[in-house]
Write a protein that binds this ligand. Structure first.
Ligand SMILES: *[C@@H]1O[C@H](CO)[C@@H](O)[C@H](O)[C@H]1NC(C)=O
Ligand SMILES: *[C@@H]1O[C@H](CO)[C@@H](O)[C@H](O)[C@H]1NC(C)=O
Ligand SMILES: *[C@@H]1O[C@H](CO)[C@@H](O)[C@H](O)[C@H]1NC(C)=O
Ligand SMILES: *[C@@H]1O[C@H](CO)[C@@H](O)[C@H](O)[C@H]1NC(C)=O
Ligand SMILES: *[C@@H]1O[C@H](CO)[C@@H](O)[C@H](O)[C@H]1NC(C)=O
Ligand SMILES: *[C@@H]1O[C@H](CO)[C@@H](O)[C@H](O)[C@H]1NC(C)=O
Ligand SMILES: *[C@@H]1O[C@H](CO)[C@@H](O)[C@H](O)[C@H]1NC(C)=O
Ligand SMILES: *[C@@H]1O[C@H](CO)[C@@H](O)[C@H](O)[C@H]1NC(C)=O
Ligand SMILES: *[C@@H]1O[C@H](CO)[C@@H](O)[C@H](O)[C@H]1NC(C)=O
Ligand SMILES: *[C@@H]1O[C@H](CO)[C@@H](O)[C@H](O)[C@H]1NC(C)=O
Ligand SMILES: *[C@@H]1O[C@H](CO)[C@@H](O)[C@H](O)[C@H]1NC(C)=O
Ligand SMILES: *[C@@H]1O[C@H](CO)[C@@H](O)[C@H](O)[C@H]1NC(C)=O
Length: 416
């Protein structure tokens, strides 16, 4: 009974967390032409009152969200183009756009939520439908280009927060699909290939509290639809995250070990792409995506993303980097690294791995194939060889010196 309850709670949490990073596609049409198109993930952090306290819930825009054709419009006849996405019972996200001919921008951002939806707002002391709006949120792009922002970007709307990530968006569209030319947001430019998270990455990090020691090694796997294991991993994992702390009102750096006992694994396997998703309770989700190059038959870890919602964070921490090149190995082999490795994901988040072995492709009979060792391990294996060789050399020199010495003294006796 207890176990089944725990499993239910875990799966609910898992779906809640998974929901946070769903990408949703929304389009506003008029006649046959599309005027607004958006592909985005959105996370809402909403504060409401119960009879005794205030509570904050995290709600994500589900992929069941649809465009409300009644209130959305392409803005013909003087009004602004408006995209309204509705989801759940009476919740909505609205984006209205304006342009001055060379740029277009999100003129206002509206969030509407229905406090009588007890599945989202348990114990709310009100049953109102609340609407909050924020004007000039700073999402803008050059006309005829697509606004592109991978970095999670939080926007304050009333007392609540809307965090967009992996966002591609265009209004006043010249064609029916997103323009290939993109206006990249400041946050993405600031961190070049990596993506930035939350507001305060640039603040200097406080000295880290005492590190938690080496993490325990966990065994994780992903099964395909057959029920056969298609991805295998064994590793100890340590997260190193900088974020804004509620209690300390400044950026703190936290090092946290993943506890395998509390971590569940899932994921997916495709021919050239395999994903391992690790979820620790409901507060931490870590995603690894491996990519296979079918020409060279080599694979690597191309993507790491993290969702963390720890009690002392002001906003949930969301980070991802899709252009990594770690843990390179060859199809038919596993990748192994016993030494500690640091995988930097973004400046505010890196991952330390310990005693790692992973095989994302070509797993047969539920076992690792022959391992290819990482460079650090190979270097460390070289050390005893070098030391051994040096010792052997030394012994040889001493021996030769002794022999020569003996012969000399021998010769000495003979001449006397
Ligand atoms: C993890 O990967 C899955 C499958 O690709 C994806 O649906 C999910 O959004 C990812 N989660 C995170 C935290 O990025
Ligand atoms: C939409 O497309 C159909 C067929 O392609 C065409 O007959 C119709 O006139 C178009 N409507 C508008 C408003 O352009
Ligand atoms: C919660 O209650 C406080 C005090 O009654 C009030 O000031 C505040 O506006 C309320 N917050 C919300 C989100 O309704
Ligand atoms: C936001 O935009 C919508 C659509 O243009 C408009 O109806 C609404 O009044 C605007 N709200 C504010 C506060 O400007
Ligand atoms: C708000 O939620 C309640 C309960 O789920 C539902 O009966 C009601 O119709 C919703 N209101 C709106 C405006 O959708
Ligand atoms: C549109 O606004 C931008 C920024 O405010 C400005 O640089 C640009 O000159 C404006 N374009 C027109 C045609 O007014
Ligand atoms: C945007 O594209 C439309 C249609 O292709 C074109 O008429 C318009 O001149 C373009 N605007 C700019 C500023 O390039
Ligand atoms: C099912 O398993 C077989 C081998 O056991 C494999 O060839 C096949 O690709 C698997 N199917 C899927 C959908 O992975
Ligand atoms: C947090 O720090 C900022 C500036 O460092 C200050 O303006 C703000 O009042 C502080 N907030 C709290 C709750 O201490
Ligand atoms: C995980 O569980 C094992 C066996 O129940 C226990 O020995 C170990 O200490 C646990 N690890 C942690 C980090 O709680
Ligand atoms: C795959 O590997 C080949 C040969 O090493 C290389 O030329 C090609 O660019 C790679 N493809 C991708 C998508 O990385
Ligand atoms: C923040 O929360 C995490 C997870 O609950 C905890 O491990 C860590 O020690 C906390 N850090 C601070 C600075 O309070």
């Amino acid at each position: 009974m207890k176990l089944s309850q725990a499993l239910t709670a875990l799966s609910v949490a898992w779906f809640a967390v998974l929901g946070c990073i769903q990408a949703v596609t929304l389009e506003v049409h008029e006649g046959n032409s599309t005027c607004i198109k958006a592909e985005l993930s959105a996370l809402f952090s909403i504060t409401y009152n119960t009879s005794s306290s205030t509570r904050t819930v995290q709600v994500s825009l589900p992929d069941s969200a649809t465009v409300n054709t009644g209130s959305s419009s392409c803005g013909t006849g003087g009004s602004s183009p408006w995209l309204v996405a509705v989801f759940g019972s009476g919740h909505a996200l609205g984006l209205s756009f304006s342009t001055n001919g060379s740029l277009y921008r999100v003129a206002n951002l509206t969030l509407q939520y229905n406090l009588s939806d007890t599945s989202v707002f348990p114990d709310a002391n009100s049953s109102d439908v609340v609407t909050v709006t924020s004007v000039s949120v700073g999402i803008w792009a050059i006309i005829n280009t697509t606004y592109h922002c991978v970095s999670p970007t939080p926007f304050r709307v009333g007392g609540d927060t809307v965090t967009f990530s992996i966002m591609r968006l265009q209004a006043f569209m010249p064609g029916n699909d997103l323009s290939p030319t993109e206006s990249v947001c400041m946050a993405d430019k600031a961190s070049t290939t990596a993506t930035t998270t939350t507001a305060s990455v640039t603040t200097t990090a406080a000295p880290a509290p005492s590190p938690p020691g080496t993490p325990e090694r966990g065994t994780y796997s992903v099964k395909n639809s057959n029920g056969t294991i298609c991805l295998l991993a064994q590793m100890g994992l340590q997260l190193n995250v900088s974020y804004m702390s509620v209690s300390q009102n400044k950026t703190v750096q936290n090092v946290l070990n993943l506890n395998p006992n509390l971590t569940s694994s899932s994921g997916s396997c495709e021919a050239s792409r395999a994903t391992l998703v690790l979820t620790q309770e409901q507060s931490t989700t870590l995603n690894f995506t491996f990519t296979m190059n079918s020409t060279s038959n080599k694979y690597h870890l191309s993507e790491i993303s993290l969702f963390a919602n720890w009690p002392n964070m002001t906003t949930p921490f969301i980070a991802s980097n899709t252009s990594l090149n770690y843990l390179r190995s060859t199809l038919g082999h596993s990748y192994m690294c016993n030494a500690e490795q640091t995988l930097v994901v973004i400046p505010a988040f890196s991952l330390n791995t310990f005693r790692l072995q992973v095989q994302p492709f070509g797993v047969t009979t539920n076992q690792f194939a022959t391992a290819e060792d990482c460079q650090i391990d190979q270097d460390q294996m070289l050390i005893p060889i070098i030391v051994g060789a040096a010792l052997a050399g030394l012994v040889l020199i001493v021996l030769v010196a002794y022999l020569i010495g003996r012969r000399r003294s021998h010769a000495g006796y003979q001449t006397i």
